[in-house]
Design a protein around this ligand. Structure first.
Ligand SMILES: NC(=O)c1ccc[n+]([C@@H]2O[C@H](COP(=O)([O-])OP(=O)(O)OC[C@H]3O[C@@H](n4cnc5c(N)ncnc54)[C@H](OP(=O)(O)O)[C@@H]3O)[C@@H](O)[C@H]2O)c1
Length: 244
């Protein structure tokens, strides 16, 4: 039995790096996706020094040629993919300081475009390129790294969420992708889920998060190793399902 193959986008740091570490410790071959060759090589080398089978794969989710080249390389070297973690993400405003984010009425459309390009369009590009490889897996898993901020719930018991229009909207749209792909892949072994890792200290939020990256990554990795009886088309956090 060969090792499972997992591709994590944006794995050179933060939650993606910690997810690669956890999946590597599970015995998977982890493909460390990164848009910077320098940072990606360094991250893969760090994991390899820990004894994990980690390899850098150049992947800028907003660059079609890079996505296509990554899929071709994975096909040539591994012939299939078992896990895809769509982790790469940005916030085009300073998420460490929600007050610095313009209210919806004065947000620049360019900021919305930026968030959607990476957090949504990039996920479609990578998912569509990798799906033929995931369909060759006996138990393909796609994990879309979403956020509680993407939830549209108005339940008053839910903690208040900062009103970051570009970012929050992109994560809501990412959740829509999860439902759409899970619908298409129903009846196949491929499961597709969104996860909310919780507010973790990373560069994304100027390290203001209250959880460690490892805690957030554990939620992501959990959805990557779901058994055949696990959910698909769900939105999951450490505390269970998240309201859409
Ligand atoms: N931290 C949290 O509290 C939190 C909570 C909920 C959800 N999330 C989500 O978790 C994911 C990871 O975020 P993080 O907190 O770990 O942030 P992070 O430390 O800033 O890491 C983001 C990663 O995405 C990569 N990336 C950005 N644009 C990319 C592109 N076009 N192509 C490839 N990679 C790209 C970055 O690469 P570079 O190093 O080259 O910039 C970096 O590796 C994001 O989707 C984020 O929305 C985070």
């Amino acid at each position: 039995m060969t090792a499972q193959i997992a591709l994590i986008t944006g794995a050179n740091k933060g939650l993606g790096f910690e997810t690669a570490r956890i999946l590597g410790r599970e015995g998977m071959t982890v493909l460390v996706g990164a848009r910077s060759a320098d940072l990606g090589e360094k991250a893969a080398a760090t994991l390899a020094e820990e004894g994990l089978d980690a390899r850098f794969v150049h992947l800028d989710v907003t660059d079609a040629a890079s996505v296509e080249a990554a899929a071709k390389r994975i096909e040539a070297e591994h012939g299939r993919l078992d896990v895809l973690v769509n982790n790469a993400g940005i916030t085009p405003t300073d998420a460490s300081d929600p007050a610095s984010s313009p209210p919806p009425s004065s947000v620049s459309p360019d900021l919305v475009r930026m968030a959607l390009e990476t957090n949504v369009v990039g996920v479609v590009a990578v998912t569509n390129a990798m799906l033929p490889l995931l369909r060759r897996s006996p138990a393909g898993r796609i994990v879309n790294v979403s956020s509680n901020l993407g939830s549209l719930t108005t339940d008053p018991s839910t903690p208040p969420r900062p009103n970051l229009l570009p970012y929050n909207t992109s994560k809501t749209a990412l959740n829509a992708l999860t439902v759409a792909y899970a619908g298409e892949l129903a009846g196949t072994p491929v499961k597709v889920n969104s996860v909310a890792p919780g507010f973790c200290a990373t560069d994304l939020n100027g390290h203001t998060g209250t959880r460690t990256p490892a805690q957030g990554a554990a939620v992501i990795a959990g959805a990557a190793v779901l058994g055949d009886d696990g959910p698909t088309g769900a939105f999951i956090s450490e505390d269970g399902p998240v309201p859409w």
